[in-house]
Ligand binder design. Structure first.
Ligand code: 13P
Ligand code: SF4
Length: 356
């Protein structure tokens, strides 16, 4: 997990600005960097004053991602930092459910998410009542909820998972003897995980009746989808393949199974970032939020990152350098959760962290 320590060690605003301009020259217009650099500089100063740690998801816009976070990474990595930090304040530059996870893991800390508008179509796509109904329909089946859920859903779930460990969590449950596993809310992550492990998949709430037990282990999915990743099509992958035959194609498992089966590599944002960092190829194509490609393009000026910037996550994009500064100045908006929800939602997260 990288950190922007080298930038935060620079001693003057002028040198800091020039370094940021140079680092982002391929991906952000110079004027924009010069406008935002003093704000980032002020964030770095204020962060020390209030003893804050700043976590930046891989989808953060390039100026923010490359300047202020102490840690960057995927939701699993950043949750682990949130669980262990000594800081008094956690600033989560990511979406709201990520801030909730940090609050569940560090309930005594002040947890800030710089914008209250940073939702997520997956987290909005399932409620605690939906989960309770599924549990009634499939008694004894464990519920795995993707970390992209709100705390109220985690509180009625048995295990959590991220896109980085969904296969491990499901395999663990199979080894524990379960042959029906409820997996909410992302239909595609559930189906991709079932395919990866050679399991049957059935969509709850659809037209088809639930298959009778006895035909082999089955993942029971839910209907929510990521409003960004669902837009990538198999034709998009084929077009990129035709246009850039040497590109390694990486896709997030929130994409449809038809996209995933045509990609070379599928995995969490961490897996994709690590893959690019460790693989000497000159060209990669990313089927995920475009900012991650920008961030990698800035890190690797000698490589080409093919990406589609017409598909953006409007939620991740609401987190800006400006909002992050305001958030540190006012110590708002804070993530607040009911203590009972915190203690119930912690169990599935702890179980997931133990499996990892
Ligand atoms: P990661 O856990 O892979 O970072 O994904 C979070 C997310 O919201 C992807 O759309
Ligand atoms: Fe949610 Fe999709 Fe945005 Fe990720 S990219 S935060 S899953 S809407």
């Amino acid at each position: 997990m990288s950190s922007s320590a080298s930038l935060s060690e620079i001693e003057t605003l002028e040198a800091f600005t020039e370094e940021l301009v140079a680092r982002l020259s391929r991906v952000v217009p110079e004027g924009e960097v010069r406008l935002k650099a003093p704000l980032a500089w002020e964030i770095l100063r204020l962060k020390k004053t209030v003893n804050a740690v700043i976590l930046g998801h891989n989808y953060m816009e390039p100026v923010l991602y490359h300047s202020v976070p102490d840690y960057t990474g995927d939701s699993l990595q950043l949750s682990a930092v949130a669980a262990e930090t000594d800081a008094d304040v956690i600033v989560f530059c990511g979406v709201w459910f990520m801030g909730e996870t940090a609050k569940i893991l560090s309930p005594d800390k002040i947890v800030l998410v710089p914008s209250t508008k940073a939702g997520c179509s997956l987290a909005e796509g399932v409620t605690a009542d939906d989960v309770l109904r599924l549990k009634e329909q499939f008694p004894g089946a464990p519920v795995v909820s993707y970390v992209n859920t709100y705390a109220s859903v985690k509180a009625v779930s048995d295990y959590c998972c991220t896109s980085g460990n969904a296969d491990k969590v499901v395999r663990y449950l199979l080894n524990a003897g379960h042959d029906r596993i409820i997996f909410v809310p992302d239909r595609y992550l559930a189906e991709n995980t079932a395919r990866q492990l050679g399991l049957r998949f059935w969509m709850a709430g659809g037209e088809e009746e639930a298959p009778a037990s006895g035909g082999g282990p089955m993942v029971i999915g839910w209907r929510a989808r990521c409003e960004v990743h669902e837009l990538f099509t198999p034709e998009d992958v084929e077009n990129v393949r035709r246009q850039y035959p040497d590109a390694i194609i990486l896709a997030h498992p929130e994409c449809s199974p038809e996209v995933i089966e045509r990609a070379d590599v599928a995995g969490s944002t961490k897996l994709m970032v690590d893959y690019v960092r460790q693989n000497p190829a000159k060209r990669f194509a990313l089927f995920t939020e475009c900012a991650m490609g920008d961030n990698l393009a800035a890190e690797f000026p000698d490589r080409e990152l093919v990406r589609s910037c017409s598909l953006r996550c409007k939620h991740m994009n609401t987190i800006t350098v400006e909002d992050t500064l305001r958030s540190l100045q006012t110590l708002t908006p804070r993530v607040e959760l009911d203590p009972d929800i915190i203690s119930r939602a912690r169990k599935p997260i702890d179980r997931m962290l133990a499996i990892r």
